[in-house]
Write a protein that binds this ligand. Structure first.
Ligand code: FAD
Ligand code: UDP
Length: 384
């Protein structure tokens, strides 16, 4: 039988499964309810032969050498020479995001921009990163004016669309992901490695799961095979004493006993266009002051695919997750109230000594792929 069971074949579950199978020589069963592997990082060719990211644009970026070298065992990379770059459409004008000194010089005339640049450098230091909420607290009226511009033109409407709340109402760590940069750096991320697997995320995951000790079951909800009793987990009716790694929503594991953990979801609207280019070479354009969608991604520029005919784009429309059939919980809404509810579920999970919670859903956190990989590697190491 199996030594371990992993629920969910996203990047977290796959990494953990591979490590247990390879380093621990364990027989691992991976159960995935979707018909495919990869979780939200899944990519595939569309009807026009264009590689698309089914659940929104995924750019791998990291400063962690160990994570990069680990995943590199399973894939080559298409690394972005100039990093991943994003622009915001502000009333038809495209400006670099994160807001940086290039942006400053685009939105203010030269003399004023020079003065403002000096002030920013003096206040925060050249090369620094300042969260918009922090910048807004600066007492200098001129810096306040910049902060107000960035707040209104980059953050307010986009955040309202994405979260249904203002930047003040959400966790500052969320807007802090896109700080104001006191440098001439147009890159969206400042990480050393930025790109996508050369043959797609799904290709990389297939190689990770391709191990004699791993059995994969897709299209199967773990609830069909596993039962969570008072303090024991049963697999097909028998007590299972091996490790169970759970990467799904924690509230669902316990039948929503204390109520639903809130999430934001997205509707992706794909469109194929019979034209060579749609965004003039930009892979991602954020709509920060207009439209109901948050951003448009043009896949050929994200993946570097050259043999395309026509182009495929996707628009992202956020909405509140209701738990209805087919909806996917993409983003945990981090605030003290939700954290309290999460902790109640976590207490229930602690009744099972062999149950381990891992992943963006099970941990109710806003993890990027690299952080997720790191956590999975650490968990596997701890278990072995
Ligand atoms: P998931 O990918 O959600 O995988 C969990 C899996 O568990 C799913 O496949 C689910 O079907 C399965 N599952 C759940 N419950 C059960 C059950 N009961 N039985 C069987 N299977 C079950 N990160 C980056 O680093 N860069 C990016 O550019 C980036 N862009 C993103 C864009 C969007 C729109 C979103 C939503 C996320 C983005 N991320 C990005 C984050 C990235 O998607 C996550 O870090 C990563 O997917 C987390 O992996 P995971 O394995 O924890 O979760
Ligand atoms: N954000 C914004 N305008 C932008 C980009 C980001 O207001 O142009 C805010 C928004 O609240 C968003 C958060 O910053 O949810 C984090 O952005 P990121 O691009 O990291 O979000 P993700 O790609 O994870 O959806």
């Amino acid at each position: 039988m199996y030594d371990s069971i992993v629920i969910g074949a996203g990047i977290a579950g796959i990494t953990a499964a591979r490590q247990l199978a390879e380093k621990g020589n364990q027989k691992v069963l991976v159960i995935e309810k979707r018909e495919h592997i990869g979780g939200n990082c899944y990519d595939r060719l569309d009807d026009y032969g264009i590689l698309i990211h089914e659940y929104g644009p995924h750019i791998f970026h990291t400063n962690m050498e160990d994570v990069f070298s680990y995943l590199s065992e399973f894939t080559e990379w298409y690394l972005y020479e100039n990093g991943h770059q994003v622009v915001a459409d502000v009333n038809g004008k495209l400006i670099p995001v994160p807001f940086n000194l290039n942006t400053l010089h685009m939105v203010y005339e030269k003399e004023l921009a020079d003065t403002l640049e000096k002030k920013l450098v003096q206040a925060y230091g050249s090369g620094s990163r300042v969260g918009i909420m922090e910048l807004r607290q600066n007492k200098d009226p001129q810096i306040q004016a910049i902060a107000q511009y960035v707040y209104e033109n980059v953050f307010l409407k986009y955040t309202m669309k994405q979260w249904g709340q203002t930047p003040e109402e959400i966790d500052p760590q969320v807007t802090g992901r896109v700080p104001v940069l006191i440098s001439y750096d147009n890159r969206y991320f400042q990480d050393k490695y930025q790109g996508v697997p050369l043959h797609g995320f799904t290709g990389m995951f297939e190689r990770m799961l391709d191990h004699e000790n791993i059995t994969l079951l897709t299209g199967t909800d773990a609830g069909k095979l596993l039962e969570f009793g008072d303090s024991q987990i049963r697999y097909e009716g028998k007590v299972f004493e091996g490790c169970v790694i759970y990467t799904g929503e924690l509230d669902r594991l316990f039948g929503l006993k204390y109520g639903r953990l809130p999430y934001r979801s997205l509707r992706f609207e794909l469109e194929h266009l019979a034209q060579e280019d749609f965004q003039n070479g930009h892979s991602v354009v954020n709509y920060t002051v207009s439209e109901d969608f948050t951003r448009i991604t043009e896949f050929q520029y994200l993946t570097g695919q050259k043999d395309t005919s026509g182009t495929t784009i996707v628009r992202e429309y956020p909405f509140a997750y209701s738990g209805a059939e087919g909806e996917i919980p993409y983003y945990a809404i981090m605030n003290p109230e939700n954290e309290k509810l999460y902790q109640k579920y976590k207490k229930l999970a602690e009744r099972y000594p062999n149950l381990h919670l891992l992943g963006r859903l099970a941990e109710y956190r806003y993890y990027n792929m690299d952080a997720m990989t790191k956590k999975a590697l650490e968990l596997a190491e701890k278990l072995l």
